[in-house]
Ligand binder design. Structure first.
Ligand code: AFP
Length: 313
């Protein structure tokens, strides 16, 4: 794999996808999104951090980073030639790119999840869910690929197209090269990442948190879904949750472009992803902005959360 003398772990993303025999058009789609990330990085690193609707000192229209990131990705998807429909957190309606859906893909994405964290210099990410054909409103178990890009101290890209989960890092030439293949989740973990306000937890959630702490688990929570999931996936253990709360029975996170892609990746790595009462990937989406509670990570930890919820709500 790769050039003579090159170790496998310097293989570029496009070459790796080709050598893994990933469909040619899916390879193109994944690489288009990877290329879009270079412009997003530039916006994060150098862009004004204003909010949409204001103007910068040059009088130019100020775009919030998430709006700008959405435009960057949408433009590349529209010109890729392999996308039928797309929907994003920033533009919550299904946009038709091509009426000819045969052989094309539909994409649901969060262009810059956790964008409010950029102001305090914490890590943020792009999350992408990919289906064959023209329908994005289908159960997550039908995804053909999912990926995220994490803009942290390093810029990394993690994807799966159903044959394991693989991690790439961006080098000084802004190329993604392989750093880890086949990420694997241990059945139990020592990290827990608890979203939502603790005083709004239900008895079952409280019992689960106490169970994790009594087993020595450490709390790791940044407020960014991508870095918080990435930590669990790359360390290969732990559980993230954004549970049902007393005032938010459906939790906070969105099914289409946050939960489904991350659930696909975590299951591909041997972990589990549950609403607390059932598999995330079996949810039948009713609408673009569906939300669901989530417990995702090491299988046995997720199962314990389901047990406490079954017993105590
Ligand atoms: P934004 O994209 O609106 O910043 O929200 C990020 C997020 O959806 C997800 O990245 C985090 O896991 C979650 O919110 C954190 O929510 P809390 O701030 O309520 O903990």
């Amino acid at each position: 794999m790769g050039e003579p003398g090159q170790t496998k772990f310097q293989t570029g993303l496009r070459r790796y996808l080709r050598e893994m025999e990933v469909d040619r058009d899916l390879t193109r789609l994944i690489c288009e999104i990877a290329n879009a990330s270079k412009y997003i990085i530039n916006s994060i690193r150098t862009g004004d951090l204003g909010v949409a609707g204001t103007s910068n000192l040059y009088g130019e229209d100020q775009l919030a980073l998430d709006v700008l990131s959405d435009r960057i990705i949408r433009k590349r998807l529209s010109h890729s030639g392999v996308v039928a429909n797309m929907v994003s957190e920033e533009t919550p309606e299904i946009v038709s790119v091509s009426t000819d859906v045969e052989g094309k893909y539909s994409v649901a994405f969060d262009p810059l999840d956790g964008s409010s964290l950029v102001d305090v210099n914490l890590a943020v990410g792009t999350i992408v869910s990919i289906y064959e054909g023209g329908n994005v409103l289908q159960p997550g178990r039908n995804q053909v690929a999912a990926m995220y890009i994490l803009y942290g101290p390093r810029t990394t890209l993690v994807y799966s197209s159903g044959d394991g989960v693989h991690e790439f890092a961006m080098n000084q030439l802004m190329e993604y090269t392989l750093v880890q293949e086949n990420l694997q989740m241990a059945p139990k973990g020592t990290i827990y990442s608890p979203g939502g306000q603790r005083n709004l937890y239900t008895p079952g959630i409280e019992k689960f948190v106490s169970y994790m702490e009594q087993n020595g688990a450490k709390l790791r929570y940044s407020g960014g879904f991508v870095p918080d999931i990435n930590q669990i996936l790359v360390k290969g253990q732990g559980v993230f949750m954004y549970p049902h709360l007393q005032d938010k029975p459906m939790g906070k996170l969105r099914v289409l472009y946050e939960l489904n892609p991350m659930a696909y990746l975590i299951e591909q790595a041997g972990g589990a992803a549950s609403t607390g009462r059932g598999r995330i990937l079996d949810l039948e989406p009713q609408g673009i902005d569906d939300r669901a509670p989530v417990f995702i990570g090491s299988k046995e930890d997720v199962a314990m959360a389901e047990r406490f919820i079954a017993e105590a709500g």
